[in-house]
Write a protein that binds this ligand. Structure first.
Ligand SMILES: Cc1cc2nc3c(=O)[nH]c(=O)nc-3n(C[C@H](O)[C@H](O)[C@H](O)COP(=O)(O)O)c2cc1C
Length: 167
């Protein structure tokens, strides 16, 4: 099978991570993939913050998930996607960038999962200034990134009858 197709089909969300940090080279490639994503009217209204500082990661988890919990499954890297406030393609552009990053991560032997807890929470937004979110930007999604601690989960059963050909 075509390598790209194989990678798309075998990618799964990973929710258990090794402590081992992602190498800079791989992190840069994942972030580069994000910047290459399609986006509405070629505005590229995004910013990507790669958070690897263990203390700040812990502090963020405490703020979002509470004591003893982790909304990003204790991944060693969390990528925060933020978009210029008021951009009408915010959600679509976020999804394109996130998908590129998840596919790039998988192709590089990394695991990732989309974590949805921060976005849309205005109270948390106001507390994110120390996390490298540019002024006037709003977090729209986060990606937990690292090496999977367990084998890739089994492929999911997907819904059938979701495709119609009209010829
Ligand atoms: C918009 C969106 C939000 C998601 N939010 C979360 C989340 O907060 N936590 C989580 O563990 N997974 C989250 N996921 C991952 C989905 O649960 C996962 O993609 C889905 O179950 C299909 O599994 P797969 O990615 O392994 O194919 C999210 C995915 C998307 C696209």
């Amino acid at each position: 099978m075509n390598e790209v197709m194989k990678s798309i089909i075998t990618r799964r969300s990973i929710r258990s991570f090794q402590k081992k940090q992602v190498e800079n080279e791989k992190l840069e490639l994942v972030l580069h993939a994000a910047t290459q994503a399609p986006n509405g009217m070629r505005q590229e209204p995004w910013h990507f913050t790669a958070l690897q500082n263990p203390e700040l990661l812990k502090k963020l988890d405490l703020l979002v998930a509470g004591e003893g919990k982790s909304f990003f499954y204790h991944a060693p890297t969390l990528i925060l996607v933020s978009i210029e406030q008021g951009n009408r393609f915010a959600q679509a552009d976020t999804a394109c960038a996130m998908t590129n990053m998840m596919q790039a991560a998988h192709a590089l032997g990394l695991g990732s999962v989309w974590c949805n807890r921060i976005n849309g929470n205005n109270e948390i937004d106001t507390k994110l200034t120390e996390y490298g979110i540019p002024q006037g930007f709003q977090v729209t999604a986060t990606l937990a990134l690292g090496y999977a601690a367990e084998p890739l989960p089994e492929k999911l059963e997907h819904k059938v009858n979701t495709i119609t050909y009209v010829r």
